[in-house]
Design a protein around this ligand. Structure first.
Ligand SMILES: Cc1cc2nc3c(=O)[nH]c(=O)nc-3n(C[C@H](O)[C@H](O)[C@H](O)COP(=O)(O)OP(=O)(O)OC[C@H]3O[C@@H](n4cnc5c(N)ncnc54)[C@H](O)[C@@H]3O)c2cc1C
Length: 496
């Protein structure tokens, strides 16, 4: 008989959280700490969502999305998880850029960027200061009409090299483009510039294991291999509708609220069904653009390989003559970001030297490929990546002991994200996600949306905002405004 992953689960919970990505995990933890009964459902066999890892023979442990996050994670982890988790966050200082326009090494802070922009790029100090102040002053509620391109043209007209330095890493970090609202660029960029780029010492496996332990301490009922098929909506007896429960692994479980960490579009169209929403809302939801996906190549060297730490921690490389987002997404790859993992990544584990190459990619380029062509294309991705990496790690082909690739199909397979989205939705997804509880009482979405609420820091803090709203809804039926708290958390995210 197949194992019952819901054995012993109750018939009713205050809240069901669907999905154990960083937003779902954080929401579940906060709500349980607030005394709510919480059921956390994850369809995969491990927690973490895109914050994940995999193991290969030879004691290699590859991280998928542990490339770098802003300092704000320290405060968020301390407040909403534990001091122990927060204390494992450490800085990465070897950030390199190499492209036909410039080659530089930086710690990715405002001070160092200012120095480089003034001394190497010859931009007047006042212009640099004014740009940083403007980006820093941006927040969640600001003008959304100005695009990133307009922001750059205002401060650095005609300076494609400067725009490349400022934009390329953020495009890589959250898929944003020059056409997206400037605030989605400014907030994320300023977060990083506040103190630089950080990582979790011990690896994603250690982080998620610690979070799992915290969930148990908080009293969350955690269930893996539990695929939620349906969110049930009924009448609230007052002319509106409300959440009544979920169906998971064929079993019906009642609840008063649902937090869906599943993809926004899946939540609306697959889990709920469009018939439960207003027509206008459905139109708005249909218009939400999914953000791009990624390809990655995972490479292991021998533990005693002479790879020097001076090679850097994060290398933003490109062979494209100028920066353009089309080129960043093209299957004809010109841009690769290499993350280097030295023994210090997992000081307590076996020493390892790993390199992960990441490139933004389009779902459409991979989705329909017949199996044979798909396998050939993946092999080609590995080969061309080794060729490109040879420039930074000479003789890489003779040094590498394991190579494999992932594609947008891989991300779709493991997380069920529409189009294998790496960074949720484009900007308009934020408003749709926020509006769900006005459509159906007790229905919430928490997860990467709108570029700003994406990445480890954004997703986690969106989970915080939503947990607070759920608690208020359960307490007062949603009659009390939580906007003060939302502004506070949004300010924390913006403060990096
Ligand atoms: C290649 C790559 C590199 C990245 N690099 C970085 C980086 O360096 N720094 C950074 O800050 N961010 C990075 N990110 C982005 C970051 O990982 C994500 O934004 C963040 O982890 C997403 O968290 P989330 O809460 O939105 O949920 P997700 O991680 O998307 O998780 C959603 C979860 O819901 C589950 N689920 C979905 N549907 C159901 C269902 N019906 N029933 C049960 N469970 C369900 C899924 O299995 C999944 O576990 C990267 C992402 C990718 C793909």
């Amino acid at each position: 008989m197949p194992k019952d992953f819901l054995a012993g689960a109750q018939d009713h919970y205050d809240v069901v959280v669907i999905g154990a990505g960083l937003a779902g995990l954080t929401s579940a933890n906060i709500l349980a700490r607030q005394g709510r009964s919480v059921l956390l459902l994850e369809q995969h066999y491990k927690l973490g969502g895109l914050a994940t890892w995999f193991k290969r023979p030879g004691h290699h442990i590859f991280d998928i999305s542990l490339h770098g996050f802003p300092y704000g994670m320290v405060k968020s982890c301390r407040r909403y998880w534990s001091k122990e988790i927060a204390d494992s966050i450490v800085q990465l200082t070897g950030i390199r850029f190499d492209n036909p326009m410039f080659s530089i090494q930086t710690d990715f802070t405002r001070a160092d960027f200012t120095r480089k922009l003034v001394e190497d790029f010859r931009v007047p100090q006042e212009t640099v200061d004014a740009f940083f102040d403007t980006a820093r002053g941006m927040n969640f509620y600001d003008d959304q009409q100005t695009t990133a391109r307009e922001l750059f043209d205002k401060f650095f007209p005609g300076r494609e090299d400067v725009i490349r330095l400022l934009m390329e890493p953020i495009t890589y970090a959250n898929g944003s483009t020059l056409e997206d609202p400037a605030i989605s660029y400014g907030i994320v960029f300023s977060n990083f510039m506040s103190k630089g780029v950080f990582t979790f010492e011990g690896g994603t496996d250690a982080l998620i294991t610690k979070m799992g332990e915290e969930l148990v301490k908080s009293g969350v009922d955690v269930r893996i291999r539990s695929d939620c098929e349906r969110i049930h909506v009924g009448s609230d007896g007052d002319g509106g509708s409300k959440v009544t429960g979920v169906t998971v692994n064929g079993r019906h479980i009642k609840c008063d609220a649902v937090v869906s960490n599943s993809n926004l579009r899946s939540t609306i169209f697959r889990l709920c069904g469009e018939e439960v929403f207003d027509k206008d809302f459905v139109e708005e939801a249909r218009a939400v653009r999914i953000n791009n996906s990624s390809t990655q190549v995972y490479m292991a060297l021998r533990p005693d390989d002479p790879l020097e730490e001076s090679t850097g921690d994060l290398l933003f490389t490109s062979t494209a003559p100028t920066f353009n987002t089309e080129a960043l997404l093209s299957r004809d790859i010109t841009s690769r970001t290499y993350s280097m993992y030295y023994p210090r990544t997992r000081p307590e584990g076996r020493p390892q030297k790993l390199i992960v190459s990441s490139t933004n990619a389009r779902w459409e380029d991979w989705a329909q490929m017949p199996e044979e062509e798909y396998q050939t294309s993946k092999a080609d991705l590995c080969e061309t990546t080794l060729d490109a990496l040879d420039h930074y790690v000479p003789d890489i082909r003779n040094r590498v002991v394991h190579v494999e690739a992932s594609t947008p199909r891989t991300f779709n397979h493991y997380t069920h994200h529409v189009a294998g989205a790496s960074f949720g939705t484009k900007f308009e997804g934020l408003a749709v996600s926020r509006a769900l509880p006005q459509q159906v009482r007790g229905l919430f979405h928490a997860g990467s949306v709108g570029i700003i609420m994406s990445g480890w820091l954004g997703a986690m803090n969106y989970g915080v905002i939503v947990a607070n709203e759920v608690d208020s809804t359960l307490m007062t039926g949603g009659s009390e405004s939580t906007s003060g708290f939302e502004r506070e958390v949004a300010a924390d995210v913006a403060a990096g």
